[in-house]
Design a protein around this ligand. Structure first.
Ligand SMILES: Cc1ncc(C[n+]2csc(CCOP(=O)(O)OP(=O)(O)O)c2C)c(N)n1
Ligand code: SF4
Ligand SMILES: [Mg+2]
Length: 287
């Protein structure tokens, strides 16, 4: 039977996000994408960090792990390596992935495990009351930067293209059908898929709200954008006047779990460990 959003909804509890939060749009789009792909909830491992958006797994009926702030990607990679037959989704915030977790972000992209990474890009640390995140515009006033942040924002899309991420996309939480289709493309992609998502934080960011994005975003795929052209993708990523949403860049590239010799026999969970003798290993390392 065809799946619906309800199949991916935890019947216990409802999201506690502020009314109007962009996370509701991401939640709906992710559930819709999984339903459209007819995935089984018990074949999806949903991993997150810590933050407002990263609380999402609590309200999904998939297999879920809420990890540590900035550390979700190593856990998601571990899950994929243990059982690469699972669909692995990771959802974190911009503080999570582009701040404390930046090292993991970069290395996960070049490693190219088959994971879909959604980043709620709301320019603030929402859960801890609105401090400036790495994507906050220079001069943005927040509780931690009352005179305006002196730092320049990072550009996650440009970074991902530069690192060679094999699928680089950007969505907008205010356009759920577009975001659902983009997430489905990310899940179908074989390799690491980054989907940065403009996610209005209606409580702490009074500039980058829905009216701001409504004026600025345009659909890359409604233009003649060539997703295989890396230089063109980078050029579009650096445009901060008109904000493209959709797929910036996509390339076929070796997938981590297909390259490692340990996985030639199939996922780790299916390896026969009945007759494995670990004694020689202990002897080798004993002094
Ligand atoms: C190691 C560690 N450092 C700091 C914190 C406190 N902390 C929790 S959530 C958060 C920021 C969340 O911001 P973001 O990742 O952008 O998610 P959002 O709440 O905006 O969705 C911080 C600093 C923590 N939980 N763990
Ligand atoms: S603080 Fe911002 S990001 Fe967090 S739930 Fe409220 S609106 Fe959403
Ligand atoms: Mg944030």
């Amino acid at each position: 039977m065809a799946k619906t959003i309800k199949d991916f909804t935890n019947p216990v509890g409802k999201p506690n996000w502020c009314p109007g939060c962009g996370n509701f749009g991401i939640e709906m789009a992710l559930k819709q994408a999984m339903a459209n792909l007819n995935l089984d909830p018990d074949q999806v491992a949903f991993v997150s960090g810590i933050g407002c958006g990263a609380n999402a797994p609590y309200w999904f009926s998939t297999y879920n792990i809420v990890t540590l702030h900035g550390r979700s990607l190593p856990v998601a990679t571990g899950v994929k390596l243990a059982n690469h037959e699972l669909t692995v989704i990771d959802w974190g915030g911009d503080g999570d992935g582009y701040g404390i977790g930046m090292g993991h972000f970069i290395h996960s992209m070049r490693r190219n495990a088959n994971i879909t990474y959604l980043v709620g890009d709301n320019t603030v640390y929402g859960l801890t009351k609105g401090q400036a995140s790495p994507t906050a515009d220079k001069g943005m006033k927040t509780p931690s930067t009352p005179f305006g942040t002196p730092d320049s924002p990072i550009n996650p899309i440009a970074i991902a293209i530069a690192v060679g991420c094999s699928f680089v996309g950007r969505g907008y939480a205010g356009n759920v059908p577009h975001l659902a289709a983009l997430i489905a493309e990310g899940i179908k992609h074989k390799g690491f898929a980054l989907i940065d998502i403009f996610q209005p934080c209606v409580t702490y960011d009074k500039v980058r709200g829905y009216p701001y994005y409504q004026q600025k975003v345009y659909d890359l795929q409604s233009t003649d954008h060539d997703v295989s052209n890396r230089e063109e993708a980078l050029k579009k990523a650096l445009d901060t006047e008109r904000l493209g949403i959709g797929i910036f860049y996509q390339v076929k590239s070796d997938v981590y779990e297909d390259v490692l010799p340990q996985f030639k026999k199939g996922p780790l969970v299916k390896h026969d460990i009945e007759n494995v003798d670990v004694k020689p290993l202990f002897e080798f390392y004993s002094v």
